[in-house]
Ligand binder design. Structure first.
Ligand code: ZN
Ligand code: ZN
Length: 269
């Protein structure tokens, strides 16, 4: 992940031959800088898949796409909601929630979530070459049965763990903002993230990133403790990290984690 939180979100997915950014919610210059920190040339990115129009997911899409000719994948409603960021000469590919599409060997399955945007989606990315499946759900107010179904059987998950309930109640936000964050179209608390992670737990889950942490109403240690505590109580011993806002995480080699699990070097249960 290049970074995650209300100040910007972007995730780089690297397949065998294809590189996809999921969201580009930093300035294009910042996206470029963070890609370069990971040793990735910006013009080697094959697509930007946009999950919804909120600025923390779209800020850099227009400038990045125009500078590097990178195709933007958006739903038509999200494209209209991002009109101020686009000049009309970006290569835009429309997609529909619920309909999969391919970028190179990567299959993208977008599905609608409950979040206060015009057409919010979470996605799974499945490699056509090795079958590795990644689930990305960073903005959702409530994990519905359909969302849990869509995120089932992922090898690796990126899940929102936005706020701690008591820090939200005692924090700086006015009651109206607190209500929006905690609503069924807002964001997931640490405990809701833990409960979703437990619902999605299966023998093939090798790791997860906790994402989109609130700067004011959460802290990385707390989020990690709540989610990891729940998973450990079921005997899970996979990889877990909290994605920071101000810089990229390490690159995680999910197929290598799968191999370690299959060889019994990573005991998950
Ligand atoms: Zn959002
Ligand atoms: Zn967001």
């Amino acid at each position: 992940m290049l970074g995650s939180g209300s100040g910007g979100n972007a995730t780089l997915v690297v397949g065998e031959r294809t590189r996809v950014l999921i969201d580009a919610g930093f300035s294009a210059r910042q996206v470029v800088r963070r890609l370069e920190l990971l040793g990735v040339e910006p013009n080697s990115v094959d697509a930007i898949v946009v999950t919804h129009e909120h600025r923390d997911h779209t800020q850099g899409i227009g400038v990045f796409s125009r500078r590097f000719g990178t195709p933007l994948y958006l739903t038509p409603a999200t494209r209209d909601a991002c009109a101020s960021l686009l000049k009309g000469d970006e290569p835009v590919r429309a997609y529909a929630p619920g309909t999969s599409f391919h970028v190179g060997e990567l299959r993208i399955d977008p599905f609608l979530t409950a979040h206060d945007a015009v057409d919010p989606v979470a996605i799974t990315v499945t490699s056509g070459s090795c079958g590795t499946r990644l689930g990305v759900a960073t903005d959702l107010g409530r994990p519905t049965a359909a969302i849990r179904h869509a995120l089932a059987a992922c090898d690796f998950l990126i899940l929102e763990s936005n706020y701690d309930e008591s820090l939200l109640r005692t924090g700086p936000y006015p009651p109206s903002v607190q209500a929006r964050i905690a609503s069924s179209h807002g964001h997931l608390s640490n405990h809701a993230a833990a409960s979703l992670a437990l619902d999605l737990l299966h023998p093939g889950l090798v790791g997860l990133f906790l994402a989109h942490l609130s700067e004011k109403c959460n802290c990385p240690k707390l989020a990690r403790r709540v989610v990891l505590g729940a998973l450990r109580s079921r005997g899970w011993k996979g990889y877990i990290e909290v994605a920071p806002q101000d810089g990229p995480t390490e690159m995680v080699d999910v197929p290598a984690l799968r191999t370690r699990r299959e060889n019994g070097q990573l005991s998950l249960f």
